[in-house]
Write a protein that binds this ligand. Sequence first.
Ligand SMILES: [Zn+2]
Length: 297
Amino acid sequence: MGLLECLMPPSIFNVSQTRLLDNEQGAQLEPQFRPALLVVDMQEDFCPPNGSLAVAGGRSITPLINTLLTSPLLVLRVATKDWHPPNHISFASNHQHSSPETSTCCPESIGTPAIPFVSTTTIHNPHNPSESYTTRLWPPHCIAGSPGAALIPELDVSKIDKILEKGTDPRVEMYSAFYDPFVSPRVSDSGLADMLREAKVTHVYVVGLAADYCVWSTAMDAHKEGFETVVVEEATRAVDEEAWRGVKERLVAEGKEGGIGVKVVSWQGEEVGCLFPGGLTPKGASVGGEDVVEEKI
Ligand SMILES: [Zn+2]
């Protein structure tokens, strides 16, 4: 099913959800458009001005996310929180360059602390050491229960159905809201895929922070799990804008060759329009960028 099939005749959207699901004989009709919104990691540590891993413009996307949360068609609204123990493997402070598993810039760095954003480490599957991958190290962030791990107060959590914590296992990184990257065997699973399936979700909209890490990993796994998946461009921000631009350009190029599933769509696009059959509210229609919220970085 293509995403644009959500653009059903307006009359479909005008009936109640109950009537949409039941035909005259009382039999269940196959629902065509049951979207879910995943709000990824809108936490203090990922936002200016005080976040330890602040993403430029991170706080400014909140009005757009709050508008998306008002869509009458969403069947599930899930927020995620990065929720790490202090000894989490992704923190540079938990590594030294002396480790053979930690990449170093130069021999004289041996024994010095790993450098956030710069150093990388190799993470092994704790159940299968032959499975491993190299990943970037970060400043300590989103330590469970700390002020930095809190959802930012601007986010309208009253509209959120479920809040998921991820990255709780100190041994593995977990960018995706679904599970860690290891496959044989998987180490940590949030249960999100089952949650979406139980709600009979067909389409997944992903927003939040950061575009080039947790948002993207979450979107890729949503697609892998069989959901039509979009990232709403204006409702996300990247750690590395240049890398994010590269991802988007690759998507466009691959889309021309048949598409890979995940799409990065515009706030003005028809995919977002599908969520608001009666049109966006004036508040939602007027927002659109950095000028929405003043912020000092
Ligand atoms: Zn993290």
